[in-house]
Write a protein that binds this ligand. Structure first.
Ligand code: F6P
Length: 350
């Protein structure tokens, strides 16, 4: 019997742990016949494809699906609406999220978590599917800790979720950045300039590193490893010029510095005209790539397989190249970083 909480009896969420149903026999696990689904945090291309997969496969398995708009904000407000298989047609190829999303602070408070869980009861929703980044997963984990089972699907362009090698939206964002940088290279080359491009990634450098390799950047700066502007930027550019290079691409992850500052420092130290470009939210939009559509669809199917088996409070992940699931508490305790050797290898290609 799960403990009942209310605004007069708030849970001590920090000291609770989400139940792990893995060790129970399948007939002892919760039987879920109705789920809610929401997207939370920054949108990512492929979120629609994920919703579509969950909705279609859940309905085929006899599970009703309620779409919840505006992420945790809509959960809290009771913005639930049942979705049918037909309603998700023509969504596979669309960027953004048709359920819309929000960054909700309410879910950082026990009151918000209790209220969200209560809303699920009101609509007869027995488990919640959350598509988002690890901030959203923490909100989901708190709901799980007070007794509402959850399944999390990794949807963020940043690829910064420790338990998974891949997040839905990452491939599209990298391709968008790559195409933009190819264009910037054309103009940098015509003017013999240095183009300093700031890419997204929050506190992670995955987008910057891979896009840097794919565009032949002279310099890649990421938050995972400290850098020295004179040694790692100015010296590299001057070495390049002395070898006969006529244009330069510097990629800076947003967590590692500002393109405007770095461009200014390069121009001042080398005399090479430098132009900053911030790619910004451009990287979050657009039709998902094949990889994102396929990963979204396969991860969505895996999510429903877990729900049907009563294997709840899981994060759907890619590990060693295969789709799998991990316990939400364990997944959120994991750490992820970029090995220094990966950054050094990017520098070998100049
Ligand atoms: O997490 C995705 C992301 O695009 C990050 O790369 C970036 O730091 C952040 O979201 C931007 O957030 P917002 O859309 O709230 O400005």
């Amino acid at each position: 019997m799960t403990q009942e909480y209310s605004t007069d009896n708030l849970p001590d969420i920090k000291n609770l742990r989400a139940p792990n149903f893995e060790s129970l026999a399948e007939d002892q696990r919760p039987k879920v016949k109705s789920i809610g689904i929401l997207t939370s945090g920054g949108d990512a291309p492929g979120m629609n494809a994920t919703i579509r997969a969950v909705v279609r496969v859940a309905i085929k398995n006899g599970i009703r699906v309620f779409g919840i708009t505006r992420g945790f904000h809509g959960l809290w407000k009771g913005e639930f609406d049942e979705i049918t298989t037909r309603q998700v047609s023509e969504t596979l190829q669309r960027g953004g999220t048709f359920l819309m999303t929000a960054r909700s602070k309410t879910f950082e408070t026990p009151e918000g978590v209790v209220k969200g869980s209560k809303m699920c009861k009101v609509f007869g929703v027995e488990a919640l599917v959350v598509i988002g980044g690890d901030g959203s997963f923490k909100g989901a984990r708190d709901l799980a800790r007070i007794g509402l089972p959850v399944i999390c699907l990794p949807g963020t362009i940043d690829n910064d979720i420790a338990s998974t090698e891949y997040t839905i939206g990452y491939d599209t964002a990298m391709n968008t950045a790559m195409e933009a940088i190819d264009k910037l290279r054309d103009t940098a080359s015509s003017h013999e300039r240095c183009s300093v491009i700031e890419v997204m990634g929050r506190r992670a450098g995955y987008i910057a590193l891979n896009v840097g390799i794919a565009t032949g950047a002279e310099v890649v700066l990421i938050p995972e490893h400290e850098y020295d502007v004179d040694r790692d930027v100015i010296r590299t550019i001057l070495d390049g010029r002395n070898m006969g290079k006529r244009h330069y691409i510097v990629i800076v992850a947003e967590g590692a510095g500002k393109a405007t500052d770095i461009a200014e420092q390069i121009e001042k130290a080398t005399g090479i005209e430098s132009r900053p470009t911030i790619l910004g939210h451009l990287q979050r939009g657009g039709s998902p790539t094949l990889r994102d559509r396929a990963m979204a669809s396969l991860m969505g199917i895996h999510a429903v397989e877990c729900i049907s088996k009563g294997l709840l409070n899981r994060i759907i992940v890619l590990q060693h190249g295969a789709i799998a699931d991990v316990d939400i508490e364990e997944g959120l305790e994991m750490k992820k970083t970029i090995p220094e050797i990966d950054l050094q290898r990017a520098g070998l290609l100049n």
